[in-house]
Design a protein around this ligand. Structure first.
Ligand code: PMP
Length: 384
């Protein structure tokens, strides 16, 4: 069988400006990056606290690689669970104020494994319609009755919950929405779920490290206990600057995941050196409050500047600052024009975001300076 059919499908994608392409970085990920030998100022990484290249984290990684080698070697349950994995789990449990935490190799797998370990076709899952793809995929895969509620709308959730009859009810939401940057109304969502005897799972990939006095994410920001928010997932490849993910919660939750989460059981553990580097990162996430303060100053400066330029921002208090463009073609051509001015900002198009809502997704990081934000605003002024 030939691949001609695929070739014409790919061509059709190109024609409507939806073709996805990769760029090859020849440098660290930000703020200054090198692509094809040319230097750019980048606003595309999720390294929100600027920790990915921190010398203490790099040193911890190198030392653990010397001591433990490079690969995890096997799954956690076979031979792949090292001292650093174990210590990191204990430290993440303490950090999040949960009884226990469990490491996964990445956030996508954490979501797939957790929801599928908890639910089957006797159950029902309720997801915000703007949830991350991995949560939507996980809910669909579980076979549970799958319902989406209106974005961050507790009434819409409540209506669906009150009609539900199933063995288990699970409400699932992003903590900070990855393409809009807004924060879920978790106190109301948790109250509503508790009132209907449903569990809540929050994917705090973009909140952990950034929100809360010690970087504890949405749970710390809103002061939500393990009882109110029983399933807390966080990723390590964003604010932590390393790689991987964790789920934190009760003893029973974590033991259930160890027994049943297939993406935990049947995959090689993350390299122990990544766990060691993440332990070093966790210390900095908690101690370096100045990174969050500086980030907030950048966010304010960027938002004020966009307002003056009359750019259409979304209601986001977080480092994810999308500029709404609408048309996918226009978003692509603005991204390209910014690139010509030496600034990298990714255009996000359907199906990642709803059609007609293509945007330039600016992400800010503590590794940026106020002068960097000024340069970005200047470039935006020239291409808008
Ligand atoms: N959840 C959310 C909200 C995300 O934005 C992402 C990554 N973009 C993931 C999960 C997946 O995490 P990972 O990259 O570690 O697989």
């Amino acid at each position: 069988m030939s691949f001609d059919q695929l070739a014409s499908e790919l061509q059709a994608r190109k024609q409507v400006s939806l073709y996805r392409e990769r760029r090859v970085l020849q440098s660290p990920q930000q703020p200054d990056v090198i692509v094809d030998g040319k230097s750019y100022l980048a606003f595309c990484s999720n390294d929100y606290l600027g920790l990915a290249n921190h010398p203490a984290i790099v040193a911890a990684f190198k030392q653990a690689a010397d001591e433990y080698g490079v690969g995890g070697g096997a799954s956690h349950l076979v031979n792949g669970h090292s001292f650093h994995h174990h210590a990191l789990e204990e430290e993440l449990a303490e950090f999040t104020g949960r009884s226990r935490a469990l490491l996964f190799s990445n956030g996508y797998m954490a979501n797939i494994g957790t929801i599928n370990a908890l639910l089957n076709k006797q159950d029902a899952v309720f997801e915000d319609r703007l949830n991350h793809a991995s949560l939507l995929d996980a809910g669909l895969l579980s076979g549970a009755r799958f319902q989406r509620y209106l974005h961050n709308d507790v009434n819409s959730l409540s209506q669906r919950l009150s009609k539900a009859t199933a063995r288990r009810l699970l409400v699932v939401t992003d903590g900070v929405f990855s393409m809009d940057g807004d924060i879920a109304d978790l106190p109301a969502i948790c109250d509503t779920a508790n009132a209907h005897n449903a569990w809540v799972m929050v994917d705090d990939a973009h909140g952990i490290g950034c929100l809360g006095g010690k970087g504890g994410g949405c749970s710390e920001y809103f002061g939500l206990s393990q009882q109110q928010l029983p399933v807390l997932m966080g990723t390590l490849g964003k604010a932590f600057g390393t790689s991987g993910a964790f789920v934190a919660g009760s003893e029973e939750l974590i033991e259930t995941l160890i027994q049943h989460a297939r993406t935990y059981i049947y995959t090689t553990s993350m390299p122990p050196a990544v766990a060691a580097a993440t332990r070093a990162s966790l210390k900095l996430v908690q101690a370096d409050q100045w990174r969050r303060e500086h980030l907030n100053e950048l966010i304010k400066c960027f938002r004020d500047g966009c307002e003056q330029l009359d750019l259409d921002l979304m209601d986001s208090p977080t480092p994810i600052q999308p500029i709404l463009i609408g048309d996918a073609d226009k978003a692509m051509s603005m991204s390209e024009a910014l690139r010509e001015k030496g600034v990298l900002v990714t255009a996000i198009r359907p199906p990642t975001v709803p059609s007609g809502s293509a945007r330039l997704r600016v992400t800010l990081s503590a590794s940026h300076s106020l002068a960097h934000v000024d340069r970005l605003l200047d470039a935006l002024d020239q291409v808008k």
